[in-house]
Design a protein around this ligand. Structure first.
Ligand code: NIG
Ligand code: FE
Length: 402
């Protein structure tokens, strides 16, 4: 088979433009020329340059083409599930109250510490397949349900194995996801061991696996000051910071992300106006997780519109995890982005493709302009907006043949 192919017979093609913050190209009767696994040209089929006349044709079957979704915030690997806790929440218990009794994240930590690397890899592959068949072509994945060196190391090893098996993912070290039970509430000592021992050892044992590190800055978990020290330690190891920030209370997590030049600040339901301005000024991506707001039954949706007005390139993600958002479905997030965060369809789509990829420093994902990876989704709908409009429909994209 030749290396040069043209995707034809498309009802249309929709893609963000990496050169313009929120502009989306909507091309009817489109064609897409591919050189190997990269996009070489996009436009109307009638305008296809003569140089492509002899290239192989791939039939799009009258579908709409789009770039694949990028999910920039998941907690992919964990043991067990928390349906029991969910039931308690339905009966009125709060997420924080359950956590303060030793449940919550720590319940998942108990189930994860007992897992072998092979088990983690198997669970991860099943979840990655579910993401992929829903159109997610690249994900960020965090450790964080080990909360001690050996279990965090097994999680990192499992991610390394998933990468070797060809899954497209960026790994984030999050050994500061919660206070480890062994520290009996001594956040200071916990922060110190993460910075001085666990992060350096994880990087030494698993070279090249992780690109980012993260910390849960929250009332009763790690303070801004402790978060700063952990993330600065990560930076010295070559890890770019991301921050779980202003999720349940406003603590100044967004400001910290800006101060450190983090790639992203995530959650941000209680982000201050100053935090938004600070993120916009140094181009920290706010990664908003509306599935979590929904699943925690909270009323405070992240102020997406205000962030866009402040000049932020907002991204959306699932936050897939067993406690606050057991959701593998990008369409649920797209719908919540439109219906609750009040984004237009084009903005929500850009937030789940271009800006999501940008927050992972992946300039060749999240769009279909020349140079992009040919991660193309084909949707059998008349208008792409229908992905949001038919609110409960489980649309599944088709993929280009390899
Ligand atoms: O992103 N905030 C911390 N971490 C997760 C929740 C994890 C859990 O409940 O297991 C989050 O919401
Ligand atoms: Fe999270």
């Amino acid at each position: 088979m030749s290396d040069r192919r043209v995707l034809v017979n498309l009802r249309g093609l929709l893609t963000p433009d990496p050169a313009r913050t929120w502009a989306v190209d909507r091309i009817p009767d489109a064609a897409l020329a591919l050189e190997g696994n990269r996009v070489a040209w996009l436009g109307r089929a009638a305008d296809l340059p003569a140089a492509w006349a002899g290239a192989d044709r791939v039939d799009g079957g009258g579908a709409w083409a789009s770039p694949g979704f990028v999910d920039p915030h998941t907690h992919l690997l964990f043991g067990g599930n928390r349906s029991g806790e969910f039931n308690r929440r339905l009966q009125g218990a709060s997420y924080q109250a359950i956590a303060s009794e030793g449940g919550g994240i720590r319940e998942t930590v108990r189930a994860t510490r007992g897992a072998t690397v092979d088990e983690l890899v198997d669970w991860g592959e099943a979840r990655l397949r579910a993401f992929r068949e829903r159109g997610v072509v690249h994900l960020e994945c965090k450790t964080g349900y080990g909360l001690e060196l050996e279990a965090e190391s097994r999680l990192t090893a499992a991610y390394g194995e998933l990468q070797r098996r060809g899954w497209s993912l960026d790994v984030t070290l999050l050994p500061a996801h919660d206070l480890a039970p062994e520290f009996n509430g001594d956040a200071e000592a916990n922060a110190r061991i993460v910075t001085e021992a666990w992060l350096p050892e994880l990087v030494r044992r698993h070279p090249g696996v992780a690109r980012f590190c993260d910390v849960f800055v929250e009332t009763g978990v790690f303070s801004v000051d402790q978060g700063r020290r952990i993330l600065e330690g990560g930076k010295r190891l070559g890890l770019t910071p991301r921050v779980h920030a202003d999720e349940l209370t406003g603590t100044g997590g967004a400001e910290l992300a800006a101060e450190l030049g983090a790639a992203s600040a995530d959650h941000l339901m209680f982000c201050s106006d100053a935090g938004m301005k600070a993120m916009a000024a140094v181009d920290v991506t706010p990664v908003l997780l509306p599935g979590t707001t929904l699943f925690l039954g909270m009323r405070d949706w992240a102020p997406a519109r205000k962030m866009i007005d402040a000049g932020c390139r907002v991204a959306l993600a699932t936050d897939f995890n067993p406690g606050s958002c057991p959701c593998l479905d990008p369409l649920t997030i797209l719908r919540l982005g439109c219906l609750q965060l009040r984004l237009t369809f084009e903005e929500a789509f850009t937030a789940m493709t271009l800006h999501a990829a940008r927050s992972l420093r992946r300039g060749d994902l999240g769009h279909l302009h020349p140079g992009a990876r040919a991660q193309v989704l084909l949707w059998d709908v008349e208008e792409l907006l229908e992905l949001v409009y038919w609110v409960g429909e489980p649309f599944r994209p088709r993929f280009l043949p390899a």
